[in-house]
Design a protein around this ligand. Sequence first.
Ligand SMILES: *Cc1c(COP(=O)(O)O)cnc(C)c1O
Length: 362
Amino acid sequence: MSDLSPRIRAALQSIPSYKPGRPPAAREGVTSYKISSNENPYPPLPSVLQVVEDAATHLNRYPDMFATGLVNAIAAHLGVPAEHVATGTGSVGVLGQIVQATCGEGDEVVYAWRSFEAYPIVVGICGARAVQVPLTPDARHDLDAMAAAITDRTRLVLVCTPNNPTGPAVHADELEAFLDKVPSDVLVVIDEAYCEFVRDPKTADPLTAYRNRPNVAVLRTFSKAYGLAGLRVGYAVAHPDVADALRKTAVPFGVSGLAQEAAIASLKAERELLERVDALVAERDRVLAALRDQGWDVPDSQANFVWLALGDRTDEFAAACEEAGISVRPFSGDGARCTVAETEANDRLIEVCGRFRQGPTS
Ligand SMILES: *Cc1c(COP(=O)(O)O)cnc(C)c1O
């Protein structure tokens, strides 16, 4: 026996760990709200819960490995061929499948920064090199700079619209001009986790881009608008060679039967769920207006969160929120992402922001 430790790939050493949004600490006499993970504040619909309960009676069996019923439902819903739909354990799971399918050691993945914190992790796990392109001063993707960052090592480009954590969406004309510059052997993945919350008519429609271009894939999730974050189900819409590759890199039986059935039921209940999204969008616009009235310079969020570029005061702000019974998602030294949630939580956020602008809270 030697005393050497098991050898772990060197690539893992430089990977940041995912910091999940924390729930707020319990406080005597104060209802607290978790607004740190962009979750949907509404509980599952009774019709969806019923389907999950029924599906639970089959938990002794493996689920349908190819999620046939769900794939067909998504395909019908979007008007795309079923072969173009690949599911996974949340869209982060699907993104992992995409990186595995396209990138090896030393290959490059171009994406905007700051953007979704899962990107450096999934890219790093495969040993690929992250090429992070700074956002513009108004917290939008700099698509010209992203196009210029593509080299012959680039295998993948990630476009997050609306961008987590800053909020703005990519416009249709910008996306088209960008895609014209991307070589056809580089896959462009458009992460649309928040597409149901978009109201700006200038916003790009990634499904149109996918229809016109074999190197474009769209990522969507049931975690946000559909309120199924706890069940882990998302999907990609991609052309057959890409979609086939995603089925090969999927964790076998990764999407549970409960998740498949709940997602199908959620598509059926779409109208009811989208009414909730409308209510959240109205709340988002109310929060944005209130913060701007207070003098905050907030990016134009098309998602279910708002971004405060607090710089050095980020941690202080997060602590002030915590004190008020709301937990936001701080990115130290940069800013805080605050989920639009229950009306009471939003009111409290507006109140803390108002006080914070008026001076140090200590
Ligand atoms: C929340 C989020 C996802 C979705 O994650 P799931 O794995 O589907 O829960 C994907 N992309 C972005 C940018 C997100 O913010």
